[in-house]
Design a binder for this molecule. Sequence first.
Ligand SMILES: Nc1nc2c(c(=O)[nH]1)N[C@H]1C(S)=C(S)[C@@H](COP(=O)(O)OP(=O)(O)OC[C@H]3O[C@@H](n4cnc5c(=O)[nH]c(N)nc54)[C@H](O)[C@@H]3O)O[C@H]1N2
Ligand SMILES: Nc1nc2c(c(=O)[nH]1)N[C@H]1C(S)=C(S)[C@@H](COP(=O)(O)OP(=O)(O)OC[C@H]3O[C@@H](n4cnc5c(=O)[nH]c(N)nc54)[C@H](O)[C@@H]3O)O[C@H]1N2
Ligand code: SF4
Ligand SMILES: [Mo]
Length: 760
Amino acid sequence: MAAKPPAGDPIQDAPEVTPPQHAAAGLPAVGHSLRIAHQQMGVRRTALTLLRVNQKDGFDCPGCAWPEPDKRHAAEFCENGAKAVAEEATLRRVTPDFFAAHPVADLATRSGYWLGQQGRLTEPMYLSEGAERYEPVSWDRAFDIIADELTALDSPDEAVFYTSGRTSNEAAFLYQLFAREFGTNNLPDCSNMCHESSGSALTETLGVGKGSVLLEDLYKADLIVVAGQNPGTNHPRMLSALEKAKANGAKIISINPLPEAGLERFKNPQNARGIAGGGTALTDLFLQIRIGGDQALFRLLNKLILETEGATDEEFIREHTHGFEEFAAAARAADWDETLRATGLDRADIDRALRMVLDSKRTIVCWAMGLTQHKHSVPTIREVVNFLLLRGNIGRPGAGVCPVRGHSNVQGDRTMGIFERPAPAFLDALEREFGFAPPREHGFDVVRAIRALRDGQAKVFFAMGGNFVAASPDTEVTEDAMRTARLTVHVSTKLNRSHVVTGARALILPTLGRTERDLQGGGPQFVTVEDSMGMVHASRGRLEPASSHLLSEPAIVCRLARRVLGPESHTPWEEFEKDYARIRDRIAAVIPGFEDFNNRVSDPSGFALPHAPRDSRSFPTATGKANFTAAPIEYPKAPEGRLLLQTLRSHDQYNTTIYGLDDRYRGIKNGRRVVLVHPEDAQELGLADGAYADLVSEWKDGTERRATGFRVIHYPTARGCAASYYPETNVLVPLDATADTSNTPASKSVVVRLEQTTPA
Ligand SMILES: Nc1nc2c(c(=O)[nH]1)N[C@H]1C(S)=C(S)[C@@H](COP(=O)(O)OP(=O)(O)OC[C@H]3O[C@@H](n4cnc5c(=O)[nH]c(N)nc54)[C@H](O)[C@@H]3O)O[C@H]1N2
Ligand SMILES: Nc1nc2c(c(=O)[nH]1)N[C@H]1C(S)=C(S)[C@@H](COP(=O)(O)OP(=O)(O)OC[C@H]3O[C@@H](n4cnc5c(=O)[nH]c(N)nc54)[C@H](O)[C@@H]3O)O[C@H]1N2
Ligand code: SF4
Ligand SMILES: [Mo]
């Protein structure tokens, strides 16, 4: 198995390297984002659009799920938010002429970057069986084609309905309702590849699979631990929150194999100190951990807390928790030597961290993909929970768990029922409200959906957004699996790889983006989203839609449902399409926390969803308490001569959407096929800075996977570790390499060997 850069692509990957930076944002960031925006949408549209991002009467930034502060700046967006908006509000168009000029076989040789650069999709397109090109198709005919394939299935469980995380609450609610009325819980989503490990660990230990802190809590914390997250790139406005927390006296520990510029120092473009001065140093203590060493680190810290007189919150533990004794026994057995091996840290660093932990009365732990995408991610996050429970850091101001979400509405989609393993109470509520019997059997998550396609158990693949084949692991296996489908359908804004690796027949259904006006029979509509901290608010697009042929996501689901389900469905799909307030009425009736939804969402600041551990220190778990847990310590080990590779994001991409070929903070320009290796590891492997190598992943069943032609960059990562960009390296992640319990692909700890080659 080998993956090369696509042939025939005019975009050349030729990495240039300068030293990594030590600070994020500031004026260059704003200048850079405006340049990208101007290229895509011109000066006037740029100004009009960017002024509306995250404003109370504007649209929710499609960039990430970081919450907006209540007092908003006129320019309440960050560099990467501006890029996300420009990507969507671009004036470039992909028309039927484009598809006439480019057979699918040609498009399949293009890079994801090139495909995305072609612009917005404008008309529904159909690839009929055996055809070489997509051709325009009417919406009615498109729904007929889908209905024909769906009704021909032997069982509704042969269909898979994927969701990416930009879909609004309204569209997501309708989509899961449609899938369940059709008869399946096959509702995998990007969360399966993202924060599923957080959801699994938090549901089991705290009873709610979401973060327990609000923005104000960050401002009140004494200590904020940022583990496995690169906010300078992926949640840029989190840096403003960290800056404010520091001004209020907080200390910050960052735990990361890479020294990420944004966590070192922040030059806030929105204040004088950031513009003229040196900015704010954010991190007080940097723990440069080996990949996958976090569980061992938190376990040892827990042991040290237990060994410190008076350091635990005994009353909280007694009143609110379960399983303390068993956990404490495991923690006391934690071993210094093993911890130092697992983490690569030295004793002095851990002692320093302990002092900061003990000095803090209010501690928050924030994390993202560096904690969730390993085989042992669920026990790792459970150990973080143990760490917080020990000192009573759950359910009080300035303290708690803060899994920082990715896609702008990924958390909301879950709340709306996009989940392959829905809770019985949720299904009961659907049944009561809509008068049908929803399927009770669990459906496929992402990895199981790929296996089901591969093995012929799934035949229709429908995606509400996203780029399934590029985002999923084991690219070649996934692409082959997709090709076995009878029909693949993508509701999309932009062209991507998933449109060119298709089933026997394929449809592209173009849809409105966040920035665009959504006019329906009942007048102008808005949608709602939920951010990473459980705040729900409205989002209203204002731009003229990219094409007059676009349908909104709710409209697509409503028309599809009417066509597929016919008169047997008693759901008022037509009414829902006309007036989204009617959808919100039903959400209010089904989902706890949304009572009086239409009324409450008219408050421009939105409203907070209830969170029992945060609000009242009550824990809806099986034991009725917060659960301490005790799992064996695990950490990934690479055999002699091998490295642990993490697959991560550059500064110029949004998941599989590539904005450009630079990774400014890491000092890399004009190329993405790079692998960052510690200079001493590189030396031991005989790889000079600038050498070229293939990355070969070695899986325990003896299979190998290869990605070719990477430039080796000597870089100050932790020893024994390497880093390279996703999605180019997804080919290296075996489909079976997943996290225990959550089944999330373990894309942050891939064992690789580097084979030197000559440059292409
Ligand atoms: N601009 C931009 N914004 C985005 C996205 C984007 O692609 N571009 N994607 C969005 C999405 S969907 C998500 S989920 C988030 C992702 O946000 P992040 O999780 O910040 O994204 P990654 O680039 O995967 O970075 C993982 C970080 O974890 C570190 N890390 C890797 N392995 C380990 C480990 O074992 N332990 C520790 N302690 N650290 C480790 C890496 O060095 C890196 O700093 O961002 C969202 N926001
Ligand atoms: N190796 C490796 N793999 C990973 C990760 C990793 O760190 N390493 N990260 C994982 C994570 S955290 C995630 S979240 C997944 C992401 O997986 P996905 O969410 O499937 O991928 P995206 O790249 O975000 O999807 C981009 C596409 O979404 C479409 N789109 C954009 N906006 C809209 C919209 O408003 N509506 C609709 N209908 N479509 C829209 C566009 O057509 C665009 O091409 O990837 C995962 N895969
Ligand atoms: S932090 Fe995230 S939501 Fe906020 S402006 Fe930046 S990309 Fe958009
Ligand atoms: Mo994500």
